[in-house]
Design a protein around this ligand. Structure first.
Ligand code: GTP
Ligand code: MG
Ligand code: ZN
Ligand code: ZN
Length: 391
């Protein structure tokens, strides 16, 4: 039987092991269950809310009756972390996307801008709707990330280490219309985004948690900072704020090596076997390097947005161009390592902000994202959620 993976903790389990949480309503005989802190939720994600208890039932069913109070509940929770599972979980596609990258590579900014674009511009092109699955996702995204970046032009603070704050992923339900033999039907996919703290990739202590996230992910977006490469650093504009160096910081090649080792370990892959998880290797902060490109570089063009499908010709042109740039940036081994270890990988070059930030703030004319959706669309095409075409 197929195993399911929780979009919050990335642990896997059979459908029948899904738990229920009592509704907390008064049952037919007038009994009502008390509210207490759920220690499992608290330990995992620091959630302190007083909630009704969880109990085992037939997890294949969408609802269950709590014996103690007799009230029926539709609230299904993960057996490992007790997070509320999305509506239709287990019945619809569930795709987990892990986002990783070194410290200050731009993950939090990128995730915020990508989600914003998916809800607005890109979403419209695909006729897609993105809905946050839980209060945490809705609050974190709008209040913390979107509000700070879009309304206050403030760059985010360093993401806390998973060991310290137990970051909870943002979980969305993406609905896309699909034309098939039976006419147009909605297709739903749950995607979970986990933003790691960069330093978690350098300390062995927090690697365990990341191992689970990476090992269960259906796709990986690896964000690499070109400004951590000497060859690219020299080509950046004079006012570009440079990422730090030294302890806690790491070169893109070292980050990729560590991630590759983790994926090989969790997949139990012998020598010569390639990692099957598709990996989008995306270079962030490209705005700092735009001036050093030939005007006809595919990285300077807008991705073609004419059709609601992935443009393969464009994807390949970008991939080849980044590969050539890596040679110039002294990053030739990156491609060799990917080719030797991954069955499916593609290079991307993007800018979440569209301009170099000034004094710790988004540049004066606001956020102008460039090609941020490319890696996500490539993964969706890999998952067969969207179609592709050649231009
Ligand atoms: N030029 C340019 N700089 C960017 C861009 N995105 C992020 N940055 C810079 O990179 C810094 C770090 O961005 P974050 O998104 O916080 O990076 P992170 O990977 O989440 O960092 P940690 O949480 O510390 O691991 C920002 O403060 C900006 O200075 C971009 O699109 N262009
Ligand atoms: Mg961050
Ligand atoms: Zn009850
Ligand atoms: Zn869970």
């Amino acid at each position: 039987m197929a195993t399911l993976v929780c979009p919050y903790c990335y642990d896997s389990f059979a459908e029948k092991r899904i738990l229920f949480r009592c509704s907390g309503l008064i049952g037919p005989a007038g009994k009502k269950c008390p509210l207490t802190r759920d220690t499992v939720l608290f330990d995992r994600f620091g959630i302190q809310d007083a909630l009704p208890t969880t109990f085992a039932g037939n997890g294949r069913h969408r609802n269950a009756v709590h014996e103690l109070c007799g009230a029926r509940t539709h609230h299904r929770v993960c057996p490992f972390c007790h997070s509320r599972l999305p509506v239709d979980f287990g019945k619809i596609d569930n795709r987990l996307i892990a986002m990783i990258g070194a410290k200050e590579s731009g993950k939090t900014v990128y995730m915020t801008v990508l989600l914003h674009e998916l809800m607005h511009g890109v979403g419209r092109r695909f006729d897609a709707s993105m809905n946050g699955c839980d209060d945490h996702t809705l609050n974190q995204f709008t209040q913390r990330f979107e509000h700070g970046l879009y309304e206050q032009s403030a760059l985010p603070a360093t993401t806390k280490s998973a060991g310290a704050e137990q970051m909870q992923p943002l979980v969305y339900r993406v609905s896309l219309p699909r034309r098939g033999l039976l006419g147009e039907r909605e297709r739903h996919t749950i995607t979970s985004f986990f933003d790691t703290a960069g330093e978690d990739l350098t300390s062995r202590a927090s690697v365990d948690l990341n191992t689970r996230y990476l090992g269960s992910a259906d796709g990986v977006i690896l964000l690499l900072d070109p400004l951590q490469m000497r060859g690219a650093r020299d080509r950046a504009g004079p006012d570009t704020p440079m990422p730090g160096t030294g302890a806690g910081f790491d070169s893109p090649f070292n980050v990729l090596t560590r991630v590759t080792d983790l994926l090989r370990e969790t997949g139990g892959l012998g020598p010569g076997k390639k990692i099957k998880t598709p990996i989008a290797v995306a270079f962030s902060k490209m705005d700092a390097l735009w001036d050093s490109f030939e005007p006809d570089s595919p990285l300077l063009q807008e991705a073609s947005a004419a059709r609601p499908a992935l443009d393969l010709s464009d994807t390949e042109a970008v991939h080849e161009h980044v590969r050539a740039l890596l040679e110039e940036w002294d990053g030739g081994q990156i491609d060799q390592l990917l080719r030797a270890n991954y069955a499916a990988y593609s290079f991307f070059g993007l800018s979440a902000l569209g301009a170099v930030p000034r004094n710790g703030k988004v540049a004066g004319d606001g956020i102008r994202p460039h090609r941020v959706e490319d890696p996500y669309l490539w993964l969706l095409n890999r998952f067969d959620v969207i179609a592709n075409h050649r231009s």
